[in-house]
Design a protein around this ligand. Structure first.
Ligand SMILES: Nc1ncnc2c1ncn2[C@@H]1O[C@H](COP(=O)(O)OP(=O)(O)OP(=O)(O)O)[C@@H](O)[C@H]1O
Ligand SMILES: [Mg+2]
Length: 222
C-alpha cells in the first residue's frame, strides 16, 4: 500500500478485518517477512517507535474515568486545549461536548456522564487524529452513527486522511467508495480488490453489498 493512500476493508463480520489491522502495531505478531512499514518488517522495528507512527481508532473504544479533554488527549498529553478542540471538531464531537455541563472538563465514566456509543466512537477518532501519527487505523469506528452522519464525519476527515496513510474498515459501501483501493474480505482472505467502480463492474460480492445497501437506504428514506 503506497504511503499517503487510503485502503478500505469491507467484508462479513468475522472475516478478519480487525485482525489484519492489528498486525501493523503488532497486537498480534505477523510471520517474518509479511508486514512492513516504510519498507521495514514490523518485527524489526523498535516497538515504541513503531506504535508512535500509528494512530488507531479501534472498534471498541476504551474511555477512562477522566475528563473529556483528558480522554481525547490520551497518548498526546502535551496537546494544547485548542488542539484537543480542533481534533474534536474534525471528529464531529465538538457540538456534543459544548452541550455537556462542564464542556471539555466534564468527567466521563463512573463519576460523570456516560457517552453514547456514537460519542465514544467520535472521541476515539478525535484521539487518533490528535496523535499526528503518519498512519491512521479506522476500524469500523462509525458503526454506531447512521449512514448520513458517517458520511458527514468522513467528509470532514478527508483532509486528514489525505495527509496520512489510512486503513479504513467499514460495513458500509458509502464509507469506502472514495478509497484508493477497496479489499473485500471473506473468511480471512481477500476475495475482491479494486476501486469502487471496478468492483461494481466485477459484479461480485461488493456489487451485491452495494445493491443491498442502496435498497436499505431507499427503504429508510421512504
Ligand atoms: N485470538 C484469537 N484466536 C483465535 N481466533 C480469533 C482470535 N481473535 C479473533 N479470532 C477470530 O478470527 C476471526 C476474524 O476476526 P476479526 O475480528 O478480524 O473479524 P472482523 O472482520 O473484524 O469482524 P467484525 O466485522 O465483526 O469486526 C473471527 O472468526 C474471530 O473469532
Ligand atoms: Mg472487526
Amino acid at each position: 500500500m503506497p504511503a499517503g493512500k487510503t485502503v478500505a476493508l469491507v467484508g462479513r463480520t468475522g472475516s478478519g478485518k480487525s485482525t489484519v489491522l492489528s498486525l501493523l502495531p503488532r497486537v498480534f505478531d505477523p510471520p517474518p517477512g509479511t508486514v512492513f512499514l516504510d519498507g521495514v518488517d514490523v518485527r524489526e522495528w523498535d516497538l515504541g517507535a513503531l506504535r508512535a507512527r500509528i494512530a488507531p481508532a479501534p472498534q471498541e473504544t476504551f474511555l477512562f474515568s477522566a475528563t473529556v479533554a483528558e480522554n481525547i488527549a490520551y497518548g498526546a498529553y502535551d496537546a494544547a486545549p485548542e488542539a484537543v478542540q480542533a481534533a474534536s471538531r474534525l471528529a464531529n464531537l465538538d457540538g456534543d461536548v459544548q452541550g455537556f455541563p462542564a464542556g471539555y472538563e466534564t468527567r466521563v465514566g463512573e463519576r460523570g456522564i456516560t457517552l453514547s456509543g456514537g460519542q465514544r466512537q467520535r472521541a476515539a477518532i478525535a484521539r487518533a487524529v490528535l496523535r499526528e501519527a503518519p498512519v491512521l487505523l479506522l476500524d469500523d469506528c462509525l458503526s454506531a452513527v447512521d449512514t448520513q452522519t458517517e458520511e458527514a464525519i468522513l467528509q470532514g476527515l478527508r483532509g486528514e486522511m489525505r495527509r496520512r496513510t489510512c486503513l479504513l474498515v467499514s460495513h458500509r459501501v458509502s464509507a469506502v467508495r472514495e478509497a484508493d483501493e477497496i479489499l473485500v474480505f471473506d473468511r480471512g482472505r481477500i476475495a475482491e480488490r479494486g476501486r469502487h467502480d471496478e468492483l461494481l463492474a466485477l459484479d461480485g460480492r461488493y456489487a451485491a453489498l452495494h445493491r443491498a445497501q442502496q435498497l436499505e437506504e431507499e427503504i429508510e428514506a421512504s
